[in-house]
Design a protein around this ligand. Structure first.
Ligand SMILES: *[C@@H]1O[C@H](CO)[C@@H](O)[C@H](O)[C@H]1NC(C)=O
Ligand SMILES: *[C@@H]1O[C@H](CO)[C@@H](O)[C@H](O)[C@H]1NC(C)=O
Ligand SMILES: *[C@@H]1O[C@H](CO)[C@@H](O)[C@H](O)[C@H]1NC(C)=O
Ligand SMILES: *[C@@H]1O[C@H](CO)[C@@H](O)[C@H](O)[C@H]1NC(C)=O
Ligand SMILES: *[C@@H]1O[C@H](CO)[C@@H](O)[C@H](O)[C@H]1NC(C)=O
Ligand SMILES: *[C@@H]1O[C@H](CO)[C@@H](O)[C@H](O)[C@H]1NC(C)=O
Ligand SMILES: *[C@@H]1O[C@H](CO)[C@@H](O)[C@H](O)[C@H]1NC(C)=O
Ligand SMILES: *[C@@H]1O[C@H](CO)[C@@H](O)[C@H](O)[C@H]1NC(C)=O
Ligand SMILES: *[C@@H]1O[C@H](CO)[C@@H](O)[C@H](O)[C@H]1NC(C)=O
Ligand SMILES: *[C@@H]1O[C@H](CO)[C@@H](O)[C@H](O)[C@H]1NC(C)=O
Length: 805
């Protein structure tokens, strides 16, 4: 996340004004005939294997280890607070009481990791007249076997049935939209068919480590409604999957810096997706049925506010116009409105892409393997003969295009039999009885943030049968030696329990001899490991810790995976790397304080490893989350994720931020899918610079910065690809916002020299690549090939594709 303000979009602002001023639409046309919706999409409760959902049955004994309130209660069942779920009684106060209980992080709090809450809704219909307010670090979870409905009453008034960030007068909000972390909404029907015709299902103004899953939005159908399923004004996200939108004016009004959305179905919306603004967005596996407009990206007119978009493995069925755009030879800035279609089928949809005036850009009724709109770069090695020597020099051709293109070579290992990229929803274990879940606290581990749980955690993992699921109660489990995760295990956390990798252990303190903390499988192992909802931190500086080493290959595509699993280094209670210890020092020449090291590396996917990742955030804290100053801090973490896998690797909706040498590096790897990836360069650089804390080493194929001759060259690489082949990237937002905490370099767009480095590699396809304030976007073998100045977008700089076959 960044402490940056996204441009206020006029369209959203007007919407908001309408909303805050009252039901303007409704008052103006009180009798406007709204067709009664057909029954087909309604209340299609998906019943799992029957029986109560384990999550509602399991013993709740998780505790916050580093909080101020020892009697704080995490788990809340809304029925215990008086919610009736009878579909008639207004349950809003009861539900808001359930969420707010325990002196949590609301207005004037900004952030706090020590008051997490799971608000659980049993099956039923919960009627509401006002927004159900989600505090910071809140999960709203419904019964996955029998989805509860949140029903907007006819007198409903507010920004959405659910509100993730409360608006105050003059546009202020409870939380900074870019810092609104750690949230979930899962397993609900949000029904606004009885609510006013301008109601919204969900106000989702969120940042990293947030997710939506398995939601159905029921809205008024037909012309005349201004209802919206998800109203997203801004933020810095994020992840959503498995959503169904029925009716409404906009299924999804979307605006955010960057986001990944997967498996969303739109039925009979006036416009399925209204893309209000963005920098980077990937839509994977959309199904749009029977909507007059599929995706509208026309905001801003010919001064386009949609930065870039990828639509992948998607189907438009009986859609009037698939996509609306203003991108043309007249539109500005040059790269704004970048669009990449990758395997998109237009069925009974005569116009795939068109201008608002009806002029067709791309005919419909066809399958489109690849279409590109924006700036494209094709790099190659030019040969030069000097005497009888042949020299190779990386070179690139560029153009601004709006046309069909050739599809990239996709390794079969990454694909389903039908040719789409393999994907897998976060497992919720709907059908698994509660008896099959084994609690880590029941096993005897302490999770108190102090006791050494190493042997206990190892014994616990080794004891879990294939038919069981390891349930990691909330707490903080201190680890002092390498934990060997077995080759077959399922584990799920209770609102991100912490594994604290203790830097005072000699195992994790030697910067010259780094050791894995969580070692998933041994080299060459094949199996099935599922991890979800976990968080890894260091306890004090741990410069010799590789937080996770993934050696395992999945026994089938998607069998080995991580969902909603995060790394968070410093900046929170318990880490001993807080604003009291490691506050920023931009005004003095700074040498690395070894008390403020993070880890050696966050994640290492080794040569034999293969994994599906989904919604993972590797955050080296740039600021304090728990202490009241929320000040910016200097934490020196060596590396983000290193991928040496021979494939397949799928990384959906990942973000690695603020490491020193690089955030993402693929070395000696192949067959890697990524979409989207997001990164930020460490804010303190170049005081000190990228190599000050961790000396680059060949052992880990580190970048050597050998060709650097100025200070802004020694900066975190957003993405480095070394000695690798077949890397398919479907959207990236790689940002450099500061030089030594000074954002002045945003004005001159030169916070650093290079953001992406491709070295000794081939088969590289980087789609919808956006960078911020990097003078050169991509270099190949130390030759700068993509100047940011040629690829200006609204905020970032963007190329529709950089390919180096
Ligand atoms: C977020 O969007 C809302 C609605 O458009 C706007 O009022 C607000 O200023 C935006 N916030 C930031 C920080 O850009
Ligand atoms: C963080 O921990 C300290 C005790 O170490 C406590 O005083 C403080 O209240 C905690 N902060 C939060 C937000 O829980
Ligand atoms: C501590 O938590 C309990 C239970 O959640 C709550 O009732 C109480 O108000 C909290 N106390 C303080 C001082 O925040
Ligand atoms: C919500 O909590 C307030 C304050 O404790 C209480 O007065 C009110 O009755 C509660 N509302 C419901 C519906 O339980
Ligand atoms: C929707 O209604 C408006 C006026 O209420 C009308 O101008 C417009 O043509 C209608 N659109 C469709 C698709 O029926
Ligand atoms: C897509 O989501 C639906 C629920 O909305 C779910 O039933 C289906 O399995 C999901 N498909 C994939 C490929 O994730
Ligand atoms: C339609 O709009 C596009 C984009 O504004 C423009 O380039 C084109 O000339 C227009 N076509 C007609 C027929 O007006
Ligand atoms: C050409 O290469 C040969 C060795 O293969 C070398 O002996 C000769 O000097 C070279 N000629 C020139 C002009 O460099
Ligand atoms: C390094 O950080 C530690 C912990 O905050 C602090 O006590 C110490 O004074 C710092 N050292 C220097 C040289 O700033
Ligand atoms: C490049 O990667 C291959 C494996 O793909 C490996 O065998 C080789 O040693 C690597 N080369 C270098 C210079 O690391």
């Amino acid at each position: 996340m960044a402490r940056l303000r996204a441009a206020l979009s006029f369209a959203v602002f007007s919407l908001l004004v309408l909303l805050l001023l009252g039901s303007v639409q409704v008052q103006a046309e009180p009798e406007s005939p709204v067709e009664a919706p057909p029954d087909t999409h309604r209340h299609e409760k998906r019943v799992g294997s029957g029986g109560p959902y384990w999550l509602s049955q399991i013993k709740r004994q998780g505790k916050v280890a580093y909080g101020a309130n020892s009697s704080y209660v995490i788990w809340r069942n809304v029925r215990d607070y008086g919610a009736t779920g009878d579909g008639v009684t207004d349950d809003s106060d009861a539900i808001n009481n359930a969420t707010a209980d325990g002196n949590r992080c609301g207005a004037n709090c900004d952030s706090q990791t020590t008051t997490p809450a799971i608000v659980y809704f049993p099956p039923g219909v919960y009627a509401t007249s006002k927004p159900l307010i989600m505090y910071y670090y809140t999960q709203f979870i419904g019964d996955a076997n029998d989805l509860p409905t949140i029903l907007g009453l006819p007198n409903f008034f507010g920004i959405g049935l659910l509100d993730s960030d409360v608006y105050l007068p003059y546009g202020a909000t409870w939380y900074q939209n870019q810092n609104n972390f750690y949230r979930q909404v899962r397993n609900f029907i949000l029904d606004i068919t009885q609510a006013p015709s301008n109601a919204h299902g969900l106000h989702w103004q969120v940042a990293q480590a947030t997710s939506l899953q398995n939601l159905v939005f029921n809205m008024i159908e037909g012309n005349g409604t201004t209802q919206i399923g998800i109203f997203m004004d801004n933020g810095s996200g994020g992840w959503m999957e498995d959503l169904i939108f029925n009716g409404g004016n906009y299924g999804f009004l979307s605006g955010n810096q960057q986001f990944t959305s997967r498996n969303m179905t739109f039925n009979g919306c006036q416009t399925a997706i209204y893309q209000n603004w963005n920098w980077v967005w990937t839509y994977k596996s959309l199904t749009i049925n029977d909507c007059p407009i599929g995706i509208d990206m026309t905001t801003g007119g010919e001064v386009i506010t949609t930065g870039s978009m990828v639509v992948q493995d998607s189907v438009f069925n009986n859609v009037g116009v698939g996509m609306l755009t203003y991108f043309s030879s007249n539109s500005t800035p040059t790269a704004a409105g970048t669009l990449v279609l990758d395997n998109v089928d237009f069925v009974d949809t005569p116009s795939a892409i068109a201008y608002p005036n009806g002029t067709i850009i791309l005919e419909g009724n066809q399958n489109v393997p690849s279409f590109l709109q924006g700036r494209v770069y094709s790099a190659y090695d030019s040969q030069e003969h000097i005497g009888n020597l042949t020299c190779y020099e990386p070179t690139a051709n560029s153009a601004r295009v709006q046309q069909l293109a050739g599809a990239p070579p996709k390794s079969e290992s990454l694909l389903t039999p039908s040719g789409t990229f393999v994907e897998r929803s976060r497992p919720q274990y709907e059908g698994v009885p509660v008896e099959s879940f084994v609690s880590i606290l029941d096993y005897g581990c302490k999770g108190d943030g102090v006791s050494d749980d190493t042997a206990c955690v190892q014994g616990y993992f080794d004891s879990i049968l294939d038919s069981e699921v390891a349930f990691i109660d909330h707490g903080a489990y201190v680890i002092r030696e390498t934990i060997k995760v077995p080759t077959n295990i399922k584990m799920v956390g209770e609102i991100w329990p912490l594994f604290m990798i203790d830097g005072s252990s000699s195992t994790f303190s030697d910067i010259n001899n780094p050791q894995p903390a969580f070692q998933v499988g041994q080299p060459g192992d094949v199996g099935a490991v599922e991890m979800s909802e976990l968080c890894f931190e260091t306890l004090g500086p741990a410069p010799g810790a590789i937080m996770m080493e993934w050696n395992l290959a999945g026994s089938s595509a998607g069998a080995a995976g991580m969902w909603d699993v995060h790394w968070r280094i410093g900046g929170t209670n318990g880490t001993q790397l807080q604003s009291t210890q490691c506050t920023k020092t931009p005004n003095i020449a700074t040498t690395v304080n070894s008390s403020c090291y993070g880890a050696f590396m966050l994640l290492h996917i080794t040569n034999t490893g293969s994994v599906l990742m989904s919604n993972n955030w590797g955050w080296v804290s740039d600021h304090e989350l728990d202490l009241a100053d929320h000040n910016q801090i200097n934490i020196y973490n060596g590396r983000g994720v290193l991928i040496e896998s021979q494939g397949p690797v799928w990384m959906y909706g990942t973000s690695f931020e603020h490491s020193q040498l690089y955030n993402y590096q693929i070395a000696n790897g192949k067959d890697i899918y990524m979409g989207i990836i997001q990164s930020e360069t460490a804010y303190m650089q170049d005081n000190p610079n990228a190599v000050a804390a961790f000396s680059p080493t060949d052992t880990y194929s580190d970048p050597m910065f050998g060709s650097c001759f100025d200070a802004t060259c020694y900066k975190t690489f957003g993405l480095r690809i070394f000695n690798s082949t077949y890397v398919l990237l479907y959207a990236a937002g790689l940002y450099s916002f500061f030089n030594n905490y000074d954002s002045g370099c945003l004005i001159t767009s030169n916070c650093q020299d290079n953001m992406v480095s491709v070295e000794q590699s081939e088969g590289i396809y980087l789609y919808a690549l956006s960078t911020k304030a990097s003078t050169n976007m991509v270099e190949v073998d130390d030759v700068a090939l993509v100047p940011q100045a040629a690829n200006l977008n609204g905020f970032c700089d963007t190329v529709a594709v950089f390919e180096y076959p």
